[in-house]
Design a binder for this molecule. Structure first.
Ligand SMILES: [Zn+2]
Length: 331
């Protein structure tokens, strides 16, 4: 006798009242099972949503608290996208691991432009994640600048630039740090987070540094730097102490050095060269990626998939128009 037959036999023996009680119990059980997999409302964080049909092949929900409907991709970067979560996971993973857009496009059988938009939607969302947007260097932190060649990748070189287009891998036309270079200002806490941002081409002035690092250096941080005078604006802007690592005794060099930030620079250069440059206007999007990836590449894919692919109150969706308009550098 199967379990179900056995159960039917038992039920037949019950009184009418007992059967009614059993029915109520089953209804409660079904209702509780039915809420499994129902996300909280992305608009009001209410927990009383119900399944409400389908929209464009996606499960739709109705929030009983605010009356709005949403689907499984509302507020995620997959919003308005026809691609599956598995495809988006691949795009996130390739982005974090530094794989080229062409590589992802070929592997996934999707055209380059579409993968480009998907990658930049990931980068925009990454820049806006609290973990990335509110990086706070603390303790002992090393700050320095590194320079990369400006890049007009994917675009005809504007005439105002006044030089011929470079071939892949070519060097700058002028020697030294000329305006062909774009400066990436970096900071890294020893055994902690990294931060990278670009303000301009040349070495940053005091105001630019204060602007880039305000809100990213905790009060009381010991900032080690290479002696560029502009760093002296940081104590007033952030409440840190600045120590110049130039002209030190051998003994002092054991502690007051910039080895950690130099390691971060090497990482940025390797990634930048591997991409064969990043269009300068997108550089801050990539700076956020370099900083987030440097210490945590292994767990970052997992964290990003969780944060960006699940319905939640934070809206991670960007349109292709945003990809072309938002957070661009005007250098
Ligand atoms: Zn709601």
């Amino acid at each position: 006798m199967t379990g179900l037959e056995e159960l039917t036999r038992c039920i037949k023996k019950l009184s009418a009242d007992a059967v009614n009680t059993l029915l109520d119990m089953v209804k409660i059980l079904l209702a509780s099972q039915n809420t499994i997999g129902i996300p909280d409302c992305p608009y009001c964080s209410g927990t009383k949503a119900i399944r409400y049909g389908h929209k464009c092949g996606k499960q739709r929900f109705l929030c009983k608290q605010c009356g709005r409907t949403f689907v499984t991709t509302t507020h995620t970067i997959m919003s308005q996208s026809h691609f599956s979560e598995a495809v988006w996971q691949e795009v996130i993973s390739d982005t974090v691991q530094g794989n080229a857009i062409d590589y992802s496009a070929k592997k996934l059988g999707i055209n380059h432009r579409t993968v480009f938009d998907m990658r930049h939607k990931v980068l925009l969302a990454l820049q806006e994640l609290p973990e990335t947007e509110h990086i706070l260097l603390d303790g002992v932190s090393e700050l320095d600048e590194t320079f990369v060649l400006e890049c007009y990748k994917g675009k005809t070189l504007p005439e105002a630039v006044g030089r011929k287009a470079r071939k892949h891998g070519a060097k700058a036309q002028k020697r030294g740090i000329s305006n062909e270079y774009v400066c990436i200002c970096t900071g890294i806490q020893r055994k902690g987070d990294a931060y990278a941002a670009t303000a301009n081409r040349a070495k940053p002035d005091a105001e630019e540094l204060a602007g880039l690092f305000a809100g990213h250096i905790a009060q009381g941080t010991l900032v080690l730097c290479d002696g560029l005078k502009s760093y002296n604006s940081l104590p007033a802007a952030t409440g840190c102490t600045v120590k110049d690592c130039h002209d030190l005794t051998e003994e002092e060099k054991g502690f007051f050095h910039l080895n950690t930030v130099n390691g971060f620079h090497s990482f940025i250069k390797r990634r930048y060269d591997f991409y064969r440059g990043v269009a300068t206007k997108y550089l801050n999007r990539y700076n956020a990626l370099f900083a987030a990836t440097y210490n945590n590449a292994a767990i970052l894919v997992e964290q990003l998939c969780h944060a960006l692919l699940n319905v939640g109150s934070a809206d991670h969706y960007h349109s292709s128009r945003d990809v072309r308009k938002l957070r661009l550098l005007a250098v």
